[in-house]
Design a protein around this ligand. Structure first.
Ligand SMILES: Nc1ncnc2c1ncn2[C@@H]1O[C@H](COP(=O)(O)OP(=O)(O)OP(=O)(O)O)[C@@H](O)[C@H]1O
Ligand SMILES: [Mg+2]
Length: 218
């Protein structure tokens, strides 16, 4: 091989190496631009979302501290759709319960049972009609009051990835004795007392599915 040829081969190899590096960088940058564009799209999506109703109940409504006192739930000609433009999933529903009554809602799949319970939390707002609990039209209340004073127990028990304490009292508003009383009501006091870190013990892997359900119930 002549020296000139050897130099030519060397230069070609170095150039080829550089070319793959350039392609690699190009692909990497292309992916970065794509990720950034998706992030902007998501932010734009959130910015375009219509805000929910007011969080706080207006003072002139004068909501009682202990509302709902009796648990009388009334749906009055209540109709709701998931989004504007979608068909109604509940149409002119009228029903009322007695205080403390246990009511089972049954119906075929897709008939609107979950939608009915979600409406109690104003996840969707009424198209027509209203829901009244203990004399209060839910639409007249702030979302914070509606959602904090009613409880829903989902079929799938849900726990946070934290300690027993964080799961019993996620808002950190209860005293230790209140937390122990809640655990007692859920028949879990003894179980938690036997844990090495008691209330501070990470809850994952400690309780069974049934015990988690009992915890949520109480
Ligand atoms: N997030 C959603 N967006 C749009 N439509 C929905 C949504 N969730 C449910 N629907 C529609 O609302 C209707 C009622 O659904 P819903 O979940 O209330 O029924 P369900 O009675 O709880 O059914 P299942 O017994 O299967 O739980 C269905 O036609 C369903 O397609
Ligand atoms: Mg359902």
């Amino acid at each position: 091989m002549t020296p000139a040829r050897a130099v030519l081969i060397g230069v070609s190899l170095i150039a080829a190496q550089d070319a793959t590096w350039v392609f690699e960088e190009l692909v990497r940058e292309f992916c970065n631009v794509e990720i950034a564009a998706i992030a902007v799209e998501r932010i734009q999506g959130y910015a375009d979302l219509e805000p929910e109703a007011d969080e706080e109940t207006r003072p002139e409504v004068q909501l009682e501290q202990d509302w709902p006192q009796h648990g009388v739930v009334e749906f009055q000609d209540f109709s709701v759709a998931y989004r504007p433009g979608l068909p109604l999933v509940l149409r002119d529903v009228t029903l009322s319960t007695f205080p403390g009554e246990k009511v089972a809602i049954v119906g075929r799949t897709g008939s609107g049972k979950s939608s009915l319970s979600q409406s109690l939390f104003r996840i969707m707002e009424a198209n027509t009609g209203r829901i009244v609990i203990d004399g209060r039209n839910l639409a007249s209340l702030g979302l914070q009051d509606v959602r904090s004073r009613i409880t829903i127990l989902p079929q799938d028990a849900f726990i946070f990835d934290g300690s027993v304490r964080e799961n019993v009292d996620p808002l950190n508003t209860a005293s230790d004795s209140e937390i122990w009383a809640a655990l007692d009501a859920a028949q879990l006091k003894e179980v938690v007392q036997n844990l090495p870190d008691k209330l501070e013990e990470p809850i994952k892997g400690v309780l069974s599915a049934g015990q988690i359900f009992m915890l949520q119930k109480n």
